[in-house]
Design a binder for this molecule. Sequence first.
Ligand code: PXL
Length: 277
Amino acid sequence: MKKIATIQDISCIGKCSLTVALPILSAMGIETAVIPTAVLSTHTAFDGFTFRDLTSDIGGILDHWKKEGFSFDAVYSGYLGSREQIDLVRRTWKEFSGPETLHIVDPAMADNGSLYKGFSQEFADEMARLCGEADLIMPNLTEAALMTHSPYLPEGGRTYIQDMLRRLAELGARYSMLTGVSPDPDRLGAMIYDSRDNIFYEYYNEKLPVKFHGTGDIFASCMAGGMTIGKGLEESMAIAVDYTLECIRATTANPGYNWYGVDFETAIPYLVRRIGR
Ligand code: PXL
């Protein structure tokens, strides 16, 4: 069985970060180890959330894992709770990787043109350095603009998306991916730039007139999972785009849906069927 270590927060309610990564990666047949970066009562779009930073617990977790001799096929990081955790992601890569281990970073820190509560441009610059050392990075357009000091133009079109990917590639990762991008008003998906071979890959599906919290984490978990089980870049991207859309469809079909996250649970059978193909 493939093994992944994922480093992100637990938002106790909110359908994001570890509460979506763990079920999605498990459904994809991957043994999933978790390094929780913080515990929040809810994600940060709610008012009054509690936040416990777990930075000081992580060193001990890694020390113990090292003694046990664990290693992973992929290390996938998401929402981090402090700047020091950026170095702890580097340490996880260094100590638990074999020659084929994928280092995947979702620099989860911003969306819709602004940083999430508690993050700063200095953090984004530090995250940009981490991204430069990864194999695959998966920012949204806001995160990409912050990390490359570029304008954020959500309706910038295909040439703007490609220019942004080239700027991301200058940070240093082999594969840069932009998530949640629209080449035109009716389609939504992702584009990847392979900086070594100078090739772009893109995949889009229907763009629904709704926007939900947590879809970036669902997409990133599915993409990281696809790569970990060996689906390759293009197929993993197509599965991640289609599954995320399926989650949004499942949500809007449920009249009692919650505002704070999508019904990814009822779309899990779709994901399992899809990867079995
Ligand atoms: O979905 C990204 C995310 C992850 N973790 C926490 C968040 C958010 C987005 O707001 O608040 C705690």
